[in-house]
Design a protein. Structure first.
Lengths: 115, 110
């Protein structure tokens, strides 16, 4: 069964800590995305990548960075975690084909709490 | 700012009824339209896509698109309690990431 795997399901961190959220997909997808989902605010795009070493800012990139050194892995980094970054983080991937680019496969999510 | 608007609900329908979920979008250049379903505590999954004006049917689900009115809807016939979930409308313009609405919570009452 094809999957998008997020390394941590639940994390609790302290304000100011550096946080790494890892995402790995086994579908050989070109496109990868990081969203956060908050009640009443829906899914908001943080960063995305259409190729290895490539990254683009989404709608809310402030306070985040990403890394894509390998095709299958897309990491989200919170350089200095703050309480307003407490959220559910969802990684997704899709193929680079015209028909498949919008068929997002999501990971199970990482619920981050920053104290 | 591209926007996708949905009524947050909850939309409550009795079992066996038709559930109608609506979505409007602001970007007139939008080309592709999608409905994702998200069960409580789970991740979204794609259930329907539609690209041209009119209706597209898939089992109990029908997606409807009216580009002139910038309106897309999802009808669920013979609603079942297992259809209770949040339904996310998503649109995009060519080779750009999807823009999601905030979702409509559907509750099907047995």
């Amino acid at each position: 069964d094809v999957k998008v795997t997020q390394s941590s399901r639940y994390l609790v961190k302290r304000t100011g800590e550096k946080v790494f959220l890892e995402c790995v997909q086994d579908m050989d997808h070109e496109n990868m995305f990081w969203y956060r989902q908050d009640p009443g605010l829906g899914l908001r795009l943080i960063y995305f990548s259409y190729d290895v070493k490539m990254k683009e800012k989404g709608d809310i990139p402030e306070g985040y960075s990403v890394s894509r050194e390998k095709k299958e892995r897309f990491s989200l980094i919170l350089e200095s975690a703050s309480t307003n970054q407490t959220s559910m983080y969802l990684c997704a991937s899709s193929s680079g084909t015209l028909s498949g680019a919008n068929v997002l496969t999501f990971g199970a999510g990482s619920r981050l709490t920053v104290l | 700012q591209k926007e996708v608007e949905q009524n947050s609900g909850p939309l409550s329908v009795p079992e066996g009824a038709i559930a109608s979920l609506n979505c409007t979008y602001s970007d007139r250049g939008s080309q592709s339209f999608f409905w994702y379903r998200q069960y409580s505590g789970k991740s979204p999954e794609l259930i329907m896509s539609i690209y041209s004006n009119g209706d597209k049917e898939d089992g109990r689900f029908t997606a409807q698109l009216n580009k002139a009115s910038q309106y897309v809807s999802l009808l669920i016939r013979d609603s079942q309690p297992s259809d209770s979930a949040t339904y996310l409308c998503a649109v995009n313009r060519g080779n750009t990431p999807l823009v999601f609405g905030k979702g409509t919570r559907l509750s099907v009452i047995a």
